[in-house]
Write a protein that binds this ligand. Structure first.
Ligand code: PRP
Length: 215
């Protein structure tokens, strides 16, 4: 089955990690030929036979970079990454999958005495949020296991995504303020959107048909 009606080959950047499983399931529902390679192998470039389609497997935070530079025509990525990376890409669709919340969290009853220290994988989102609240904070960038920070005295608060809430619960932390809701988006390179409009529209159309409603 050829995906595109024309000769335009489309490269799709897929995020490895948290939203990968759900994204693959979504692609399958949309009728895209997802090979075992995409799910099981360590290959980073996965062509789809006879479909003029190719996947590149990217670290989630790099998906908008590949798309901005046009080495991927489209990408599947969380809104959290888009808000943090601020890349010049065209946001085509909210896929309504990968739902989670961007939260301020901390230890219950912890009253910081001096300027708030905030640990996060999302320094831009955190800085922007507290600036809008008129609150001066010191933001400490971490790359993972952010929940550790308040527990071991590195920070008073964290800014992080919360999905099931299990990580917070199991580490004795509580949600304090909600920053925004996060879902997975389909993004496109601006030039690809013009030059490969048929192929991009076709894939967006397939996605549109299977976007879960009512959430
Ligand atoms: C994310 C996030 C939280 C956790 C939230 O981390 O940063 O730590 O998932 O999920 P939950 O509410 O369902 O517990 P991730 O698994 O990406 O790992 P990391 O901490 O190494 O970034």
């Amino acid at each position: 089955m050829a995906l595109t009606k024309n000769d335009q080959k489309l490269t799709i950047a897929m995020p490895k990690g948290r939203i990968f499983e759900e994204a693959v399931h979504f692609l399958q529902q949309a009728g895209l030929q997802v090979t075992a390679d995409l799910q099981d192998s360590r290959k980073l470039i996965i062509p789809v036979e006879n479909a003029k389609l190719e996947f590149i497997m990217a670290k989630p935070t790099d998906v908008p970079t590949y798309v901005e530079y046009g080495v991927a025509d489209v990408g599947v990525v969380g809104k959290d990454v888009l808000l943090e990376e601020e890349r010049d890409v065209y946001e085509l669709l909210d896929l309504h999958i990968g739902y989670c919340r961007m939260m301020v969290a901390g230890l219950p009853d912890w009253k910081p005495t001096e300027a708030l220290r905030v640990a996060t994988k999302y320094p831009k989102i955190a800085s922007r949020y507290f600036r809008e609240q008129g609150q001066q904070v010191e933001v400490i960038k971490l790359n993972g296991s952010v929940e550790l920070a308040p527990m071991i005295g590195l920070a008073d608060r964290i800014v992080d995504i919360v999905s099931t809430g299990r990580t917070l619960r199991e580490n004795g932390l509580v949600e304090l303020e909600s920053i925004c809701e996060i879902t997975t988006r389909l993004i496109a390179n601006r030039a690809s959107y013009r030059m490969k409009s048929e192929a991009v529209d076709e894939i967006a159309g397939k996605f549109l048909e299977v976007i879960p409603r009512g959430n």
